[in-house]
Design a protein around this ligand. Sequence first.
Ligand code: DX5
Ligand code: ZN
Length: 217
Amino acid sequence: MILSPSLLSSDYGRLADELAALEAAGCKWVHWDVMDGSFVPNITLGAPIIKRLRKASKLFFDVHLMVDRPERYIGDFVDAGSDMIVVHAESTAHVERALAEIKRQGVQCGVALNPHTPLTVLDYVLDQLDMVLLMSVNPGFGGQKFLPFTMRKIEDLSAMIKARGLKTLIQVDGGVDPDNTAELVRRGADVLVSGSAFFGFPPYAERLKTFEAAAAK
Ligand code: DX5
Ligand code: ZN
């Protein structure tokens, strides 16, 4: 299991320090929630901030775009130093175009699905993906409650990936905590995003260990 702490719950006034603290704690990934105030109700941050912080960190930058028509900004997020760019299936009529552009620019790509969006939208693009992000809350805010019906979705996606002999990672985002971690991993999650249940419980090294111990159960 890879834990990808969501900076949405970090101290935005001290992002460079937060990134350094994650690295020192032993984290390998960090999750950037980019919200545009249109696809989701909130506005967070964009490519210039990520680009600036890229200089301060060796972490794997996992960039979750909650943005309408993300294909307009792929170049900016590649240029910012993203290691993985994830676009929402619901955010564009041209998912394949966005994915092809991410790949063309040499970055890993993923598709995110809102809780109610069926897995069938992945049918023809699954082979192109490095990761699928399953939202387990409605995107837009940190600190929401995990939606239990998304558990079955993880299992269904895991079966779909195995049946095709693929290595696509399954990421679960929203309401993840040490209490549901074991079940998420059992159902097939490879990467867990945690915001409030991670940053609210320092020290980070201890918190990472708590998640890892839960995942090994
Ligand atoms: C929600 C974001 C998540 C969020 C998770 O729109 O995509 O990454 O930060 O926060 P928690 O872990 O608090 O649900
Ligand atoms: Zn996210």
